[in-house]
Ligand binder design. Structure first.
Ligand code: ZN
Length: 155
């Protein structure tokens, strides 16, 4: 196992045991449910906006350790950021996970989320790792329906 994969495994275990921002929000500005039918993961993301800034973010749901840990990491990394910064971050994660094997990616931009690179070593679980990342941008764009990872060509 590479260092990044080991780090990824440790982070997943830690965030699964003690998920950050794991609660229901009473009056969110927007919220959205993400669903990953391949694994049965469900994540509801709640966002409190102040202008274009993510003042608060929380999530709830049920699913595997990876979906829970990834949602926990995601909420930590975007809290306090502007919505366009958050979307830029998700684009960077997407680029990292879909890049050709062995090629470089922008580690500085990713911050702690660079650990999600470890997810690419477990291809069948990538949708678990990216479920909450699908839900948040959709929530910010005001979509009301459940977002599913089903049927997408890329993670
Ligand atoms: Zn899962």
């Amino acid at each position: 196992m590479s260092d990044l994969q080991e780090l990824y495994r440790d982070m997943v275990m830690d965030h699964n045991r003690r998920p950050r921002n794991f609660r229901k929000m009473d009056q969110p500005t927007c919220s959205l449910e993400g669903y990953n039918p391949l694994c049965g993961d469900r994540v509801i993301v709640y966002v409190q906006l102040e202008g274009d800034r993510i003042a608060d973010i929380a999530f709830q749901g049920s699913g595997c350790a990876i979906s829970r840990a990834s949602a926990s990491m995601m909420t930590e990394s975007v809290k306090g950021k502007r919505t366009d910064e958050a979307e830029g971050l998700f684009q960077a994660v997407r680029d990292m996970l879909t890049r050709p094997p062995g090629s470089d990616f922008d580690e500085d931009k990713l911050g702690d989320l660079v650990i999600l690179a470890g997810a690419s070593a477990f291809p069948t679980r990538i949708r678990c790792a990216t479920l909450s990342r699908h839900a948040l941008p959709a929530a910010l764009q005001g979509q009301a329906a459940t977002v599913s990872t089903e049927g997408e060509g890329t993670p």
